[in-house]
Design a binder for this molecule. Sequence first.
Ligand SMILES: [Zn+2]
Length: 640
Amino acid sequence: MPIRRLTLILTLSMFNAHADVVIIQEGKPQAVIITPERPTRVVAYAAEELVRHVEKACGVRLKIMTENEVKEGARICVGPCRESRIDIGKLAPEAFALRVTDTAVFISGDDGGGDPLNADTRAGTLWGVYEWLERDLGVRWLWPGELGTHVPKATTIIARSRDETIAPRFFQRRIRPGLGFESEHPALGFTTEAAKQYSIEQTVFLRRHRMGRSYPVSYGHAFTDWWEKDGQTHPEWFQLRDGGKRGPTKKNGRFSMCVSNTALQREVVSRWTAKRPPDAKTPAFINACENDILGLCECENCRALDAPAPTEYLTYYPPTSKMAGSRFVSDRYANFWLGIQKQAPAGATVVGYAYFNYFSAPASSIKLNPNMLIGYCPSAGWFPRSEAEHAWMKLQWTGWSETGARLFMRTNHLLDGYCMPFLFTHQFTDEFHHAVKHGMVATDYDSLTGHWATQGPGLYTAFRLHTRPEASADELLAEYYAAFGNAAPQVKRYFEYWETHTTQSREKIATTMETLQTSRWRNWAKAAHVLYPPECFTAPEALLEEGSKAVANDAVATARVKFLQLGLQHAKLCAQVSAKLTLAGSTASNDEIKDILHELLTFRRTHERSGISNFNHLAWVEDLSWKLSEETKQTPDLFP
Ligand SMILES: [Zn+2]
């Protein structure tokens, strides 16, 4: 026998050493689920999630038993069962092993003991179950709730032979859930019960996309209460402004720190040390993020640390931005973080934000190191961007990454767009890919606004990239569209229409926001009618109508197209309300206000369980966008 042929046979027989395991055969269960005698909450929940999704695929409920009850036969062992021989103690945080042998599937990972739905609970076993559901059942979580849970129908389910150990790519995966929005006009938001349902479904969804983290890390504007506590005794720690005064320039105003002051650096470390339990086992993070303001200290020592501003430094900030005319201070902040690190115990990580006038990459050759974690947080760069702007934004990431620091994504761009069909999926994905290629270790996006029916493909892609960071936008979008059955082509064209609309509106968005004095993240509903005039809805309405005809015999796809239609109807209505009530020049009479709000509130009460949008986010935006009535100040449980 020729040698080459022999090799082939050997390879095949080695491959066959582990065979596939049949879980369901022609609608009949062939396997049970096994857990340890006393499963943790994570393991018990992982087993239930497995049962739920298999049942949705084929209508069969697999039994959950414990390892002492079942010794043989096909089985899926969830969690650290004795026979699994997976040494979970050796796994990386939140990692799992997925091993399929002749008769058993083993899924076991690094778990914490807490609530499986809490983002701080390590849940490797649960991640293993989700990985298996995605791979062997083709499950995709499009949006929260039952309708958005895509499980292809199957009569036979087979666990494919494999033996893999997988750890999350990012130690923290976070899109802030956006469940805390509050408004002075709560009638525009959810009733209590609807909010509860929305919150539960979204929390489950976030975990299905493996949102969570390997260990606690806290950071954020670090010095907000320092002036009040220490301004009298240590004014030298604070910014020097206006020819010699330290601290805020007006009473209760924001302030930045005198970051060149080594005593301040020492104080940051000693306060951190005093709070840290001596027996703490989790990684050490020292929060050194500047307050929510530009770096403003004008003292000689701070200024001496500044490198000359790059020529294009302010190119991509609007002339009315706080950044206009600002000094370039990235190098002094890099120096600040290094100074803190020098005083800190070995191995501790210093966390800083690259933000405002310390967002651009440093211009000197300052070297940082992996024990610095820097949050990339531009105060501009909203999507859609021009090509040049997009390239510049990415260049700042590269620059920080080349200092040797570790980076995490901490942008505010997902707050943009209100509930309009506002999509920038391809550019967002490109930025994500760039960050992954240049050392991104974590994410913390602010925030998920939850407009699933109008911005669904963008949100789906953003979540999915956290577990499939190399996938292209088009691959991920194809998964999303496929869930619409025969309407997939129309749904694809529908969302492409809106992404094009968004991209082409770039200049118009910038001008409108300037003219109407509207903020991208806070009161978008002042401008919605200008950016989404009635005529832009006609073509997409027709596309969805066509889509709904294509799926007439498919109940699930029909319901999903209906979901998109509802979102569009709602967006169109909101744009109409904006036209009438915008604070940028509403002349509506009290009766007109009442009528149009009545229409909107009736819509929201009727559809608040549909999951199309986080209405509480909308109430929060509309509050500062519209001329409203006293009536909307009532609770939605009573009004209308
Ligand atoms: Zn200073």
